[in-house]
Design a protein around this ligand. Structure first.
Ligand code: SF4
Ligand code: SF4
Length: 382
């Protein structure tokens, strides 16, 4: 197992480059399939994985409990545990303390090696100050209940830069993969952290599974070069080839995924020049499959009728590139709930003049709505 070094509590430690993300354990009858999940975790442990990442909301709060069951049999010095504070659930300082102690109790540990403020964005910049949150986390660090303090992030680059300056972080967790180099904080965020000497932990290296399967033509390109390697392994190796990435999280749901990832990280080789070129070609081919040249600039919104114009186009492009039906259905349900789906458009044309890309917005929204119907991603026209 490839290991990288991170200072934990000020001392350099060897940590497995593959981290076990505990948010997508296999389930049976709506509950974590404990037998299969235990088998997967044991296989990972036997093969050198020593980093586990859970969070308060994963599996409706049951991930922390299950992780607690798994690790109670292990020597506390043999693994590193990351947990996260759901900042959205913290209205007062008392909430922070209550949730933190609940997490220690659920996982059964006396300390978290890595503790993150979970999924921060613009709106939590003020909240972190209002709650004096970092003082509380630092107090727990001084008490030995937290060894490293960090945050995980989902927002734009400008917001990311602000978050990086909020505190002297021990590590930061970002979403990064070869298709998302300009998405959220993107690769520039990685470079900022590297310049500041902050270790990086990466989530969604395979973009929620989207980079594990492509159309035949793209897969052939990858298989022709590395016949024995999985499509997903290219995505992991792209991230792993960034030297300041210290842990790559994978939310594994099957034993086959664990085996494949162990294989990638046990026989790890950084990408060579030819492989970088192949990934560049794949990236371009996947982008060519997108439908609308929307840059998500937001100049066209708000729509007086509530349509989330860039949101609909993002989903449209996402499906045409990755064919991830589950994600699109879920996104469209969310969009419908907030009255923002494409079928709300009344063709008033108010948005059209505002689009610097000259997109015929209402026409393309109708096209997207028809696409959803054709693909069976929507039951009926509203
Ligand atoms: S044309 Fe449709 S999307 Fe554009 S502003 Fe009017 S209702 Fe909104
Ligand atoms: S103005 Fe055009 S490019 Fe910008 S978000 Fe709207 S549709 Fe997309």
């Amino acid at each position: 197992m490839e290991k990288r070094q991170i200072k934990v509590n000020g001392i350099l430690k060897d940590i497995s480059l593959l981290g076990f993300g505990c948010m997508r354990f296999p389930t049976k009858d709506g509950e974590i399939d404990k037998d299969l999940s235990t088998k997967m975790v044991n296989y990972a442990l036997e093969n050198g994985v020593n980093y586990f990442d859970t969070a308060y909301p994963y599996h409706d709060g049951k991930s922390e409990l299950f992780v607690g069951e798994l690790i109670k049999k292990l020597d506390r010095n043999s693994f590193y545990l990351a947990d996260k504070l759901p900042i959205w659930d913290c209205k007062t300082k008392t909430d922070v303390e209550r949730i933190f102690h609940e997490q220690l109790e659920k996982t059964g540990v006396e300390y978290f090696d890595f503790y993150l403020i979970h999924a921060v964005n613009k709106k939590y910049l003020d909240k972190v100050k209002e709650l004096d949150l970092l003082k509380t986390l630092e107090k727990h660090k001084n008490e030995g209940k937290i060894l490293n303090i960090g945050f995980s992030f989902h927002d734009d680059l400008e917001t990311f830069k602000k978050w990086v300056e909020v505190y002297d972080w021990d590590f930061v967790q970002i979403q990064l993969n070869y298709m998302d180099i300009y998405h959220q904080q993107g690769i520039e965020g990685y470079e900022i952290l590297t310049k500041k000497g902050i270790p990086v932990i990466v989530m969604e290296p395979v973009k929620g599974g989207s980079l594990a399967k492509f159309n035949e033509k793209i897969e052939k390109k990858l298989k022709d070069y590395n016949p024995n390697d999985s499509v997903a392994s290219w995505a992991f190796r792209w991230v792993a080839s960034l030297p300041n990435v210290k842990v790559i999280l994978s939310g594994m749901s099957t034993l086959e995924q664990v085996e494949d990832n162990i294989n990638t990280f046990s026989n790890y080789k950084p990408l060579n020049k030819e492989e970088y070129i192949i990934i560049e070609e794949v990236r371009n081919e996947v982008f060519d499959l997108s439908k609308v040249d929307c840059t998500s600039c937001g100049y066209c919104i708000p729509c007086p009728y509530g349509v989330d114009i860039p949101g609909n186009f993002r989903v449209y492009n996402n499906h045409s590139m990755y064919k991830n039906d589950g994600y699109v259905k879920w996104m469209m349900e969310e969009m419908s709930k907030r009255g923002a789906s494409a079928d709300i458009c009344v063709d008033c044309k108010e948005c059209v003049q505002k689009c610097p890309q000259h997109i015929e917005i209402p026409t393309r929204l109708v096209e997207f709505d028809n696409y959803l119907l054709e693909k069976g991603l929507k039951d009926e026209r509203n």
